[in-house]
Design a protein around this ligand. Sequence first.
Ligand SMILES: C[S@@+](CC[C@H](N)C(=O)[O-])C[C@H]1O[C@@H](n2cnc3c(N)ncnc32)[C@H](O)[C@@H]1O
Length: 298
Amino acid sequence: MLYLVGLGLSYKSDITVRGLEAVRNCSRIYLEHYTSILMAASLEELEEYYGKPVILADRELVESGSEEILHDARTQDVAFLVVGDVFGATTHTDLVLRAKRESIPVEVIHNASVMNAVGSCGLQLYNFGQTVSMVFFTESWKPDSWYDKIWENRKIGLHTLVLLDIKVKEQSIENMARGRLIYEPPRYMSISQCCEQLLEIEDARGTIAYTPNTPAVAISRLGSSTQTFKAGTIEELSRYDAGEPLHSLIILGRQCHELELEYLLEFTDDKEGFKKAVIEDQEFFKPAPWVPPVEDED
Ligand SMILES: C[S@@+](CC[C@H](N)C(=O)[O-])C[C@H]1O[C@@H](n2cnc3c(N)ncnc32)[C@H](O)[C@@H]1O
């Protein structure tokens, strides 16, 4: 059996009881190690907790070396651990399809994901549109396909969850060119960098999907003991130091219910200023009034 097990958001003990029982009975355990991190537990702590060695699975192993993960899984139990939920903003359907092709039975054991836990900032999950991912820009590479999705969400008044880039096991261009297998330290995008990139692309596009004064919520280390929310405009949050990773951002949609707003006001130092930014954003992005079609008089 191949078990795909969600680990939850922060602590080693966030794994579900069913997940833990399955993991402890597995002969090999892989921890997917490139789309998220378990903030409050080291690899050694996990190994001690499960009573088994844990193999770190980088992108290369999961995407190109899945035969190693699936090896023997028809006769032995193998666990593939994913931080958060197995299918929460990650693409492990490929591994499931490969297992099925090889007639390996698969069981998924779910857990909390950033995709649902963001609800703890007070915004209703019902009011979210498409989730987008913000990647690190370079001098020559500034992918911005997320911009159109934010624009679509904002046109119908929905909130946008922005997930931020993580780079692990990355080679410098020089080391890559010289064929040296030396990796850079892991990098995690911060709220401030994400907001700067948002403003840079809005400036370049000029479509006005949002403005520097559009209200947003910074979310740091969700589900950990230092979880923090900060409400402010995109401009303000581009100067906000959110501390240690992981970070996510929510760009508010125009359909912000008054209860949602009341909850968010707890996370700002300038309640009046934030309320004003929300009202002005709602007013500015208000859709044009509906005009009924003219009746044909013949
Ligand atoms: C590719 S997603 C993987 C999500 C994961 N599978 C899950 O279900 O939660 C990783 C991104 O989600 C966001 N994220 C994940 N966990 C987070 C947390 N605890 N607090 C804040 N943001 C988080 C970060 O932007 C991070 O770079």
